[in-house]
Design a protein around this ligand. Structure first.
Ligand code: TYD
Length: 215
């Protein structure tokens, strides 16, 4: 039996209104155009149970302690890893995940001020060996992100209702993580034009696919 190559885990991160949805489609299309098989998923979510947890987490009328929030994020993540991410990677498919553990570092660790140690302890337990091969961080100043979210006109979820100070902590949490792990992170200035953002995303994808047979 030939040994099947494991796929790549690519995660997409950023604050509110950073343009993750458009970026995700671009990444998916690019990887597919290279002849790669791609599974997309999101966090919190990805499986019926994890999507149920997502509904509890995002419910604007809900209220919960920061520790509950962090534990629910990891409960959803454990499901997504077991049912979607690991099986796909094991079959040689790339996995494109809209948010992953770095979001818990930024939102719960920094934003909710639970600290990195709590998040890292859960990460070490839930996925001790699983780490993204590439993390694209779409960075946008808080005011610009919030303005974009406001223009969507959709009802705000529980996170989007948080105050500016929370989102400033989230942004800095992400940027600090990117500085800590420069080999894994690519930070993209999401205030640039769509074309510029996509050019930078493509360079990052070419670099991570570089050592492999792409296509
Ligand atoms: P997402 O679906 O990416 O929302 P949006 O597209 O509106 O940015 O993520 C839902 C929310 O969950 C988002 O506000 C960030 C939050 N979140 C955390 O707080 N911690 C986490 O670990 C994850 C994965 C998401």
């Amino acid at each position: 039996m030939t040994h099947r190559r494991r796929g790549l885990l690519i995660t997409l991160e950023g604050g509110e209104g950073a343009g993750k949805t458009t970026a995700q489609q671009f990444i998916y299309d690019w990887l597919r155009a290279q002849g790669r098989s791609v599974t997309t998923t999101r966090e919190p979510g990805g499986t019926p149970l994890a999507e149920g947890i997502r509904n509890i987490l995002l419910d604007a009328k809900g209220e919960m302690a920061p520790a509950t929030e962090l534990l629910l994020m990891f409960a959803a993540r454990a499901e997504n890893i077991a049912k979607i991410i690991e099986p796909a990677l094991g079959q040689g498919q790339d996995v494109l995940c809209d948010r992953f553990t770095d979001a818990s570092r930024a939102y719960q660790g920094a934003g909710r001020e639970l600290g990195l140690a709590a998040v890292d302890a859960l990460a070490d337990w839930v996925h001790p060996t699983l780490k993204p091969d590439l993390t694209l961080l779409l960075d946008v100043p808080v005011e610009i992100g919030m303005e974009r979210v406001g223009k969507r006109g959709a009802a705000l979820n529980r996170f989007e209702l948080a105050d500016t100070a929370f989102f400033e902590r989230v942004r800095h949490g992400y940027l600090e993580q990117a500085m800590r792990e420069p080999d894994r992170f690519v930070v993209i200035d999401a205030t640039q034009s769509l074309n510029e953002v996509q050019t930078e995303i493509q360079s990052a994808l070419e670099a991570v696919c570089g050592g492999e047979h792409c296509g």
